[in-house]
Ligand binder design. Sequence first.
Ligand code: DX5
Ligand code: ZN
Length: 222
Amino acid sequence: MTSKLVAPSILAGNFANLQRDIEMINQSDADWLHVDIMDGVFVPNISFGMPVLHAIMRHALKPLDVHLMIIDPDRYIKTFADLGADILTVHYEACTHLHRTIQAIKAEGMKAGVAINPHTNVSLLEDVIEYIDVVLVMSVNPGFGGQSFINNTYKKIKQLKEIIVDSGSNAIIEIDGGVSNDNAIELIEAGADVLVAGSYIFGSENPVTTIANLKEQINTQD
Ligand code: DX5
Ligand code: ZN
């Protein structure tokens, strides 16, 4: 069994002290650093843009998992590649020509991720699943950290897993929103490969230990 990954979301970090939080993630067992970019249009919130991402990049040692919650993301694919994104995830709901967008992300040397909102049926990915590296299943409505996990996500993961296996795709499944030690095992059992966690990690007393425990928890069950 390949190992299951943990991706702390810096959205829940201390924006007045990002360097400290990124160095904490560097030293932890985290696999990826999840970075949320919001434009205030696709989602009702603005997070941060290129100058902040550039500053994050200068300190980050973990692979950068960039989650774009922006309309028309094609405009910025090259910019994010130049900024050092390793995985670039766009929203299904924000792309008119998703197949083309996926190709453009890969052409820039990044892994292509496609995120789906809670209301988006996984079957809509069937015709592009073979090209996708990561499917990010939103388990809250995107835009804010600290929201409650939507239980319908388990069903979606199982359906998605079936689509991936049937198509022979190598896509892995990432879950984002309301993840904690309460639902981690069930998510992995449903078919998840990567868990994003923001407030659960940064709201804990010792984030490094929380990451280590979460990582151990999801890798010691079968
Ligand atoms: C929400 C973001 C998430 C967020 C998760 O729109 O995409 O990555 O940071 O935060 P928690 O883990 O607090 O739900
Ligand atoms: Zn995210």
